[in-house]
Design a protein around this ligand. Sequence first.
Ligand SMILES: Nc1ncnc2c1ncn2[C@@H]1O[C@H](COP(=O)(O)OP(=O)(O)OP(=O)(O)O)[C@@H](O)[C@H]1O
Length: 259
Amino acid sequence: MSVVLETRGLTKAFGGLVAVNDVSLQLHKGELLALIGPNGAGKSTCFNMLMGQLRPTKGSVHLMGEDITGLSPRVIWRRGVGRTFQITATYASMTVVENVQMALLSHNHQVLKVLPYAHKMHRDRAHELLEMVGMAEQADRHCAVLAYGDLKRLELAIALAHEPTLLLMDEPTAGMAPRERIALMQLTADIVRDQGVSVLFTEHDMDVVFAHSHRIMVLNRGQLIADGNVEAIRNDPRVQEVYLGGGTVFKSEDEAEDA
Ligand SMILES: Nc1ncnc2c1ncn2[C@@H]1O[C@H](COP(=O)(O)OP(=O)(O)OP(=O)(O)O)[C@@H](O)[C@H]1O
């Protein structure tokens, strides 16, 4: 399997606090990889270094074998790293399909040149993307009136408009009801399978993590303490100890299915 993203010894210190400490990871093509850990473990700091928002103190980031360490967020995004945010970013005054069209215009470097005809451009592709995320019937609604779960689906379509090789999703299901969370991650898993995109996501909801991840990495106090499939992580005593204070045991696969 080809390696899409790799970090080597990635480290970030804020003064005396080492928020991310010597993290080396690999993400393969078509993989849905979860990065989990308790509050303050270093997940967001790690993400911000991958996206170019923070410069590592030490170590490097490689995308498809190319060193992208220290490049600006815009350049990294242009190289094919998309991102969805904890707080959804859409134009509230535009319709759903117009938001996707704007993303397609931006992807094609056309925004300023074609602004007067923008509403006619890339409509078919925009509808295809909305179909992909289950939002086709809402194409002509204004974003301001969308339910939160639908906004998250739209955000996914906007991210896909840029044809990312890698999608970074920072707590994609934050603020959603449990059923919506599972549905959004099911959709993400389908997109990973059908489009060959690779996804790295952070998530606090263990049911979501265990339901859909191909692999899980666990950070604690800036260090990677475990890396494995769902069963390996679920049964790892170090993970149970640090993640849940040692008192709680993760639900087994059967219990999770019954819930
Ligand atoms: N800009 C900063 N300046 C100083 N310390 C920071 C900064 N950003 C993060 N930290 C510290 O680095 C550590 C890791 O924080 P980070 O936000 O990466 O953790 P996290 O795993 O994303 O946590 P959460 O799950 O709560 O979002 C924490 O101790 C945090 O207080």
